[in-house]
Design a protein around this ligand. Structure first.
Ligand SMILES: [Zn+2]
Length: 118
């Protein structure tokens, strides 16, 4: 009788320990999963920042939304009207870049500079 009681007590103790051990494992697993997620996010962000910096340094000029819309409209207009291609003339001014579009056929030149981004 006493032996049975001791056996059960030990069994219960072992079960408790096992349960705690499993809980700890689950906690560790969740913590590693979270770390992995954050690690990938940081890596991704730093990759994108580097790419963005490369684009900024290596581009002659990045059109503003307004400049792009005007350039698109000019390109479309002259493609329809005279099948001309559009050239861009970028002129470095002291505080920004002047942007002009030129039709290869009729030679129309239009200043589309958006000085709101200077
Ligand atoms: Zn034209």
């Amino acid at each position: 009788m006493i032996l049975k009681w001791i056996e059960n007590k030990e069994k219960n103790k072992l079960m408790d320990e096992l349960s705690t051990f499993i809980d700890n494992l689950i906690g560790e697993r969740d913590s590693f999963a979270e770390k992995l997620r954050n690690f990938k996010k940081d890596e991704e962000i730093s990759k994108l920042l580097k790419e963005n910096e490369n684009l900024r340094i290596n581009s002659l000029h990045t059109l503003s939304e307004k400049e792009r819309e005007e350039a698109d409209a000019f390109r479309e207009e002259h493609w329809k009207k005279c099948k001309g291609n559009t050239s861009f003339l970028l002129t470095g001014a002291s505080i920004g870049t002047r942007v002009e579009v030129i039709c290869s056929k009729c030679k129309t030149q239009k200043d589309i500079t958006d000085i709101s981004v200077w």
